[in-house]
Design a protein around this ligand. Sequence first.
Ligand code: HEC
Length: 383
Amino acid sequence: MWVGNSLLFNWLDRILVPAQAPGQTSKPTGTVWLLHSGGFYYVEKTLLAGEPLPRPLHWFKWQAYTTWLSGAALLVVVYYLSDRAVMTDPGAFELSHAQANLAGIGAIIGGWALYESMQRVVAPRAPAVAATVWVTGLAAIAIALTQILSGRAAFLHVGAMLGTIMAGNVAMTIVPSQRELVSSVAEGRGADATVSARAKRVSIHNNYFVFPVIALMVISHYPVFYASPNNWLVLFLIGASGAGVRHAMNLRFTNRWWKPMLAGTIAAGAIALFTAIRLGSSAEPTLGGDSSVPVVFADVRHVIDRRCTACHSGQPSDLTFGAAPGGVTFDTPEQIVARASRIHERAVVTRTMPPANKTKMTDAERALLSRWISQGPPLRPRQ
Ligand code: HEC
């Protein structure tokens, strides 16, 4: 609802038909007719000079607060209170669960504090310096997270850091400036146009953060993005192309070439992401092993039993994720064979299973699975 409202009001602001003679601020500054569900809506924008404050007056702030609060609660439950499997990747960097949590929380608070201090202290005098410092600082934090946390946790924390900055902008700048606006109208002073200048600046930032944050929130379901050894580059490309797409959308009211620009931005982003992921996966170490020696299914099953069924079973022994994650179980040969291509994708290609290699699967075991698949996807379990 937060993002939906924000997109709707951005659109409204630009689409309003000017309806006012110069100097007549009490008249609507713009109007627009809308059609939605079963009726027509007439929207009027006004600065309410010298008029009483209308009641009830609906504010738009709880959409932002509940988004942040529910996201923060999920982060605590899913990442901080659960096992270390998802926060760290021992193959990349050794951290205890507590240290990893501290790094994650520190990144969120540190990134927000850097941004907020730049906005308050430096931006009023030197906006370009402030923007350079916070953009560089946030990028450095993001890259550092990809180096010390598991790819999935790093991406999620960068999204959480940007989301916290956005919610902070609403709570600490936009809503206070709206309060000032309301009280100046209530006192009959009329709205002070300068009051909203800072609010305007940070809402432009929120506007550009929206798409990268949404992408980072859902990307934990797509290991191909976060598991690439180039994931810091992938992260950067997601941020840049998300903001670029938003920019092309913002231009649509002022630039008649916005459609080709939007299409070009999407295409360039997709090609750059694809290339970055491809370059990353060709850098994967080859697993070795003689591919001509036929693999015995009993060996495959033994590997799966040792490394996977702790979680992927009707009766999992590792209860971190509750029931079998994703509904995937490997209790019978048929279940293993039916998932052969996904097993290959997760355990051999992206190496995102076991998560952060919790069950300490070896390269030789991955190589065995790889050979098993490359000898032709088995239709029935071979004995
Ligand atoms: C510590 C618990 C754990 C272990 C051990 C584990 N997994 Fe998973 N698995 C998960 C979780 C959590 C998910 C769901 C999240 C996700 O997809 O990343 C999942 C999802 C999956 C999926 C379904 C999603 C998809 O991409 O198709 C497959 C297949 C899978 N794992 C294969 C494996 C294989 C193969 C092994 C052993 C080499 C393994 N897992 C070991 C926790 C585990």
